[in-house]
Design a binder for this molecule. Structure first.
Ligand code: OAD
Length: 233
């Protein structure tokens, strides 16, 4: 592992599962409790903004009841100690990577603790609720929405991600089902450009066959083990 100099890591809901945040597609997961069309599309927001604002207000508030687990902490250690280039991309909208100690996290699907103004398009840090239609801190219009990428919208910083995927030597996917594109296609992109591809997941993901290796188990165990490997401990 120590020979890799450029690594891209993609994380999904599975890395936060042991911290107590529901994944999307597990039995009883978020998409069994809520309809995607209602709470994760621009059309759903236009139809029933209160329902959508409340859904994300609750998820933002719930972050106060959870804490990072050893998988988040191990990736923070990797960021501190790895001498090569590392890009940590997460599909997660929680802040557990940051609270686990990672300073540089690319949130491709946005963040619960951020608000997007639909008038001036500014993204602002946001820690409280939006249901009462607070004014945008920049333009004062009462037009804030959760800064979360919904189905049908473009994830953030795709150019930067694809550039890293073209040049990385190792691509590691952690705790994601591989059900949602474009993230689900990252493994094929990295592999086509010659990277070794490793998945760390509780079970085989939908794109498991594209990885050179799959290690199956809980992220809180697999990720610290893998980080030790990379750092050559
Ligand atoms: P999913 O719920 O689709 O998949 C979570 C994956 O984590 C599954 O493959 C689980 O087997 C695995 N998993 C569960 N517990 C784990 C553990 N303790 N250790 C390791 N793996 C574990 O979540 P995502 O793949 O993140 O997008 O979903 C991708 C996107 O779909 C989300 O970002 C969200 C959702 O719709 C948007 O809302 C735009």
């Amino acid at each position: 592992m120590a020979e890799f100099k450029r690594i891209v890591i993609l994380t999904g809901a599975g890395i936060s599962a042991e911290s107590g945040i529901d994944t999307f597609r597990s039995a009883g997961g978020l998409w069994e409790q809520h309809r995607v069309e209602d709470v994760a599309t621009p059309e759903g927001f236009a139809r029933n903004p209160n329902l959508v604002l409340n859904f994300y207000d609750m998820r933002r508030a719930a972050l106060g009841n959870v804490a990072p687990n050893p998988a988040h902490e191990a990736l923070a250690r990797l960021e501190r100690e790895f001498s090569g280039e590392l890009l940590l991309v997460t599909q997660n909208v929680d802040d557990l990577h940051e609270r686990g100690g990672s300073a540089r996290v690319l949130h491709m699907h946005g963040e619960l603790k951020s608000a997007l103004c639909t008038s001036c398009e500014t993204r602002s840090p946001w820690l409280t609720t939006m249901i009462e239609r607070p004014p945008c801190p920049v333009c004062r219009a009462p037009t804030l929405r959760p800064d979360v990428v919904w189905f049908g919208e473009m994830p953030y910083q795709m150019g930067r991600i694809y550039h890293a995927l073209e040049t990385c030597e190792l691509f590691v996917s952690i705790g994601t089902s591989g059900a949602v594109y474009p993230a689900a296609g990252f493994v094929q992109e990295a592999r086509a450009n010659g990277a070794q591809c490793l998945e760390l997941n509780l079970e085989r993901s939908e794109g498991s066959r594209f990885f050179h290796e799959s290690r199956l188990g809980p992220a809180s165990v697999l990720v610290p083990e893998w980080v030790e490997d990379v750092l050559g401990c």
